[in-house]
Design a binder for this molecule. Sequence first.
Ligand code: NAD
Ligand code: UDP
Length: 313
Amino acid sequence: MKQRILVTGGAGFLGSHLCKRLLNEGNEVLCLDNFYTGNKENIIELMSNPYFEVIRHDITFPVYLEVDQIYNLACPASPIYYQRHPIQTNKTSISGAINVLGLAKRLKIRVLQASTSEIYGDPTVHPQTEDYWGNVNCTGIRSCYDEGKRCAETLFFDYHREVGVDIRVARIFNTYGPNMAINDGRVVSNFIVQTLSGKDITIYGDGSQTRSLCYVDDLIDGLIKLMNTESVHQPINLGNPQERSIKQLAEEIIELTKSQSTIIYKELPEDDPMQRCPNIDRAKQLINWKPEIDFIDGIEKTIQYFKNKLFEN
Ligand code: NAD
Ligand code: UDP
């Protein structure tokens, strides 16, 4: 059945893929975005679809719409962007959550929160399961994002317990793919753009910190499955458990792009988590999801995307 679905942050990296998938599945999509880190280029191919609407709006202010489902993705996800305006980042997570939850309460509809592995902070439990409470600094430079997202989760669970809102909470681990911005600043886009343009590759710290990288198509599958599975009122980790060090990632990208770039080492930013890897048993069990796309396939598609972007003119 065709549903009318609101995607906040719909012009961003994940949001644009989600809008496209939901439209392809026969839904009507309302894409709400203030274009802080999002880009019209990401959704331009969707604009001619009469079932796609763009709403320029800041989710820290209330929104009055009639929809059947909400995916709440609005929030800058790249450290350099969420740290540039930390107060706004916090407001986006917290006031944004209150606004989408209020909408869901009035309309009696389901709402999914794009939460994050950052709620585990610099984890002391490895790999991270959903029942781990995390190791988070509340006064550091990453706190605007980490604590904002933690508070948003609290609000989701309180709206569920107190007034019965039908919530879904996805804890998303590092995801990569086409539609990441060239100047996004996250590791995969930085390394690919640097290798393709012959610039030095910037490793922060000694590169021994780890991340587990999920290709965007797998992640979008997970979000849609979570949204459409009944009664999953607990947080669900979504990510690819294949863990690699940042140094290994740099070497792999140099090899795949056949680049002459050299690695340079820069200072590790404050509170940068040392290891991160999801335990996805709960996602397997409750929503029958696991990532399917091989890292090399995913990274090659991403390299091709950035080649087209960088050299298209
Ligand atoms: P992104 O920065 O590409 O997209 C975020 C979108 O939200 C952008 O289009 C931006 O303009 C919009 N936005 C920001 N503040 C807003 C506001 N106040 N009102 C309306 N729109 C606003 O990031 P992304 O990678 O697509 O991440 C999407 C969501 O998923 C975020 O909530 C992020 O925290 C979460 N997440 C992403 C990852 C990942 O690896 N990509 C990992 C964990 C969590
Ligand atoms: N990183 C790096 N060089 C870069 C960008 C990032 O070494 O040019 C490191 C960063 O310090 C972190 C990891 O790569 O340890 C992932 O960073 P990203 O910003 O992608 O996401 P995070 O998981 O830290 O939010």
